[in-house]
Design a binder for this molecule. Structure first.
Ligand code: PAF
Length: 281
C-alpha cells in the first residue's frame, strides 16, 4: 500500500521533503480509482521520481442537487491501486477542513473557458475545481500535474489557471482510457445498473457517428450535433448537451474541422456521464 497522509500540514511537509531530491508529480483525484487514474499515475512516474496522489471528494464542485453524498468511496482499494501504479504517497484529507479551514472564503473564479458545456449546466462547478486544484498545487508545489482528457473542459480550465496564477506547476493532459466497448472510464460508471451500463456505450457510438459523418464530408456543426443527440436519445439517454467546439478556446467553430471536438453529456437515470473526442485522429 502507498503511504497515507491525512493532514494538509503533513502533505505539505512530505512534498517539500521529496522536492529536495528531485521532481514531484501530482495526480489529483476524487478517489474510487480505475485504470484511467492508474494510467495517470504511471505517466506521472515516467516524468518524476516522486508521485503524490490526492484523494478528496471536493464539496465545492458539487451543486446542491448533485451526487456529493453518494459519490463512491473505497480508500483501501484506492491505496492498493496507487501502490500498484507506483505512487509514492497519497494525501486523503481526514476532514474537509484540511482543505477548507474554518472561515474559508477565498475562491478562484475561472474565465470564459468555464462558461459553456459543463460550466453552464453545473453552475459553480469549475469555480470549485479551480479552487481545490489551486490549493493542491500550493500545498504540493509539484513540478508537474496530470489530468485526464475525459474531463477536457476541466483540463483546459486548469491549464489556464496554472498559467494565469503563475502556480509553477506544469499541467499535462492524458488520453481517456476506455472499457472494451468504448465507454470512457469514470468513477460514476459504478452507479449504472447492468442495463444502463449497456446503454452507456451510446456516448462513444454518438462520437463514432459524428466521426463517420465527418469522414463522409459533413461539415455543418448543427447537423453533426443533431446526429450525436439522436444516437444518445435512441439508446434511451437524456441529452444534457451534444456540442461541437474548438479544442483551444471551446468556442463553436463556423464549420467542423478534424480537430473540432465532440462534447457529450447525458443522463441515464440520475447518473450523468460525459465524453469527448476529436472528429479526426
Ligand atoms: O477530476 C477530478 O477528479 C476532480 O475534478 C479534481 C480535478 C480532482 C478536482 O477535485
Amino acid at each position: 500500500m502507498a503511504a497515507l497522509i491525512r493532514t494538509a500540514k503533513d502533505f505539505r511537509d512530505a512534498c517539500a521533503e521529496v522536492r529536495r531530491d528531485g521532481r514531484l508529480a501530482l495526480v489529483p483525484t476524487m478517489g474510487f480509482l480505475h485504470a484511467g487514474h492508474q494510467s495517470l499515475i504511471r505517466a506521472a512516474n515516467s516524468q518524476a521520481p516522486s508521485v503524490a496522489v490526492t484523494i478528496f471528494v471536493n464539496p465545492t464542485q458539487f451543486g446542491p442537487n448533485e451526487d456529493l453524498a453518494r459519490y463512491p468511496r473505497d480508500l483501501e482499494g484506492d491505496l492498493k491501486k496507487c501502490a500498484e501504479a507506483g505512487a509514492s504517497f497519497v494525501f486523503a484529507p481526514e476532514d474537509p477542513k484540511e482543505i477548507y479551514p474554518e472561515g474559508f472564503q477565498t475562491y478562484v473564479e475561472p474565465g470564459p473557458l468555464a462558461g459553456p458545456l459543463c460550466g453552464s449546466r453545473r453552475p459553480g462547478h469549475f469555480r470549485g475545481v479551480a479552487t481545490v486544484v489551486a490549493k493542491l498545487f500550493a500545498l504540493s508545489r509539484a513540478d508537474v500535474a496530470f489530468f485526464g482528457e475525459k474531463d477536457f473542459q476541466q483540463l483546459a480550465v486548469i491549464k489556464r489557471l496554472a498559467v494565469d496564477l503563475d502556480l509553477g506547476t506544469q499541467v499535462i493532459g492524458r488520453p481517456t482510457i476506455r472499457e472494451h466497448d468504448g465507454l470512457a472510464m469514470s468513477s460514476r460508471n459504478a452507479y449504472l445498473s447492468p442495463e444502463d451500463r449497456q446503454r452507456a456505450v451510446a456516448l462513444s457510438k454518438a462520437m463514432a457517428a459524428c466521426r463517420s459523418a465527418f469522414a463522409d464530408g459533413e461539415r455543418e456543426i448543427a447537423r453533426l450535433e443533431a446526429l450525436a443527440a439522436s444516437v444518445l436519445t435512441e439508446s434511451g439517454l437524456r441529452v444534457d448537451y451534444a456540442e461541437l467546439r474548438r479544442p483551444g478556446d471551446l468556442e463553436r467553430p463556423p464549420e467542423a474541422t478534424g480537430d473540432t471536438r465532440v462534447f457529450l453529456a447525458a443522463f441515464l437515470g440520475k447518473t450523468r456521464l460525459i465524453d469527448n473526442g476529436p472528429l479526426e485522429g
